[in-house]
Design a protein around this ligand. Structure first.
Ligand code: NAD
Ligand code: GLY
Length: 366
């Protein structure tokens, strides 16, 4: 169904691009024109998303422009497959297609597909176009925007990657109708993150609209997705390569990435690990005298109203998590740099937090 569309621009001068949010977008050629410049197109998807949407996109592109050479590649689904093997499969498919420098990769899927396909596009012939077509809530509100691409290493999440901006982001709300419930909830962790970082009013709005959002109400979802994209677009426009404020978007992620890696990729969803990570960051902030306990309690309640986990699984050991945190990309010269807060809507980059304090936050049970 085609309806109202919200468009937000990520302003990066000659590399600026639109984020389009609405219903019926992937089946409307108007949204693809302009984003595809050459003749070769590779649609990259995963084994859950491809059977639902890949053939429709391929048919649309081929029938709209008979000069296009379009192929599809289906990757294995899930974080456990976000690795260099998957990137290599994309290179093989691009070679098979004869993809030249004006080729375009379409990342059709969640954040895993988007990160892998974007990274392959960043590397092929030193960088070709790609279009993000996010089909999870998490990818719509966060991973498809901003140009961070990459894959995991056994030693840690997203340790291999590149900054490479897409040509467009096409977020079609209709695709969310097939998204499993647990994945939808995990996406709300990144939505709540946006509110925690810099928008206390949005935090209150999420609190008041949790039921509508969980029921996939289109108006509420559009507002939530657009609010997150607008916020992220503004941050990326002024700090594309994370030399400053962009680091705030990692609230909860230093803990979250350590939790995800230590638990084993795929056992806790990214959004679930981030939910626990945000609460740990809030707890540590209170412990350091930066914030009030009431804010930590409000965050816990909001996460719980979106049915997200708030406590570390008991089998994860604080010391092992701390070891993982030492390899976080934000760290400098061997000292921990964390994103902490002064309360809802006020995050800060904090340098030199002692390992003893981090261990104490990790060991605290409510
Ligand atoms: P995902 O890509 O694994 O998708 C979740 C699951 O839902 C998968 O099994 C997928 O096959 C399935 N799925 C996707 N869309 C569907 C649909 N419409 N219908 C039915 N099934 C569907 O996970 P995710 O939560 O989207 O993304 C998590 C990843 O995003 C992590 O690897 C994380 O590191 C990354 N991430 C990247 C950034 C960034 O800035 N690049 C930001 C946040 C997260
Ligand atoms: N998800 C963090 C960032 O894009 O910077």
């Amino acid at each position: 169904m085609s309806g109202a569309m919200t468009e937000i621009e990520v302003g990066l001068d000659a590399r600026s691009y639109p984020i389009r949010i609405g219903s019926g977008l992937v089946t409307d050629m108007a949204h693809w024109r302009g984003a595809i410049r050459g003749k070769h197109v590779l649609i990259v998807s995963d084994e859950n998303v491809a059977p639902l949407y890949a053939a429709g996109v391929q048919d649309l592109l081929e029938s709209a422009d008979s000069s296009l050479l379009v192929d599809s590649l289906t990757l294995r689904a899930g974080e456990a497959h976000k690795n260099l093997d998957a990137v290599s499969k994309i290179f093989d498919a691009l070679a098979q297609l004869g993809a030249t420098r004006d080729a375009c990769v379409i990342a059709l899927g969640g954040g895993v597909v988007g990160d892998i396909a974007g990274f392959a596009a960043a590397c092929w012939m030193r960088g070709i176009d790609f279009i993000q077509v996010p089909t999870t809530l998490l990818a719509m509100v966060d991973s498809s925007v901003g140009g961070k691409t990459g894959v995991d290493h056994a030693a840690g999440k997203n340790l291999i990657g590149a900054f490479h901006q897409p040509r467009a982001v096409i977020a079609d709300l209709d695709t969310l109708s097939t998204l499993p419930e647990r994945e939808l909830r995990a996406g709300f962790a990144e939505v709540i993150k946006t509110a925690c970082i810099g928008d206390a009013g949005f935090f209150d709005w999420l609190d008041a609209n949790a039921n509508a959002l969980l029921a996939r109400d289109a108006t509420a979802l559009t507002h939530a997705i657009a609010t997150c994209c607008r916020y992220k677009a503004a941050v990326v426009a002024c700090d594309e390569r994370e030399s400053g404020k962009r680091a705030l978007l990692n609230f909860g992620h230093t803990f979250g990435h350590a939790i995800e890696t230590e638990a084993g990729y795929g056992s806790l969803l990214h959004g679930e690990a981030v939910a626990i990570g945000m609460l740990l960051a809030a707890r540590l902030s209170t412990q350091l005298g930066m914030s009030e306990e009431i804010d930590t309690q409000r965050l816990r309640a909001l996460l719980q109203s979106f049915c997200l986990p708030t406590e570390l699984p008991r089998n994860l050991k604080p010391r092992a998590l701390l070891d993982r945190m030492r390899l976080d990309k934000k760290n400098r010269a061997g000292t921990l740099r964390l994103i902490l807060w002064r309360g809802i809507g006020h995050t800060e980059i904090v340098e030199g937090v002692s390992e003893a304090d981090v261990l104490s936050a990790l060991a605290t049970r409510p």
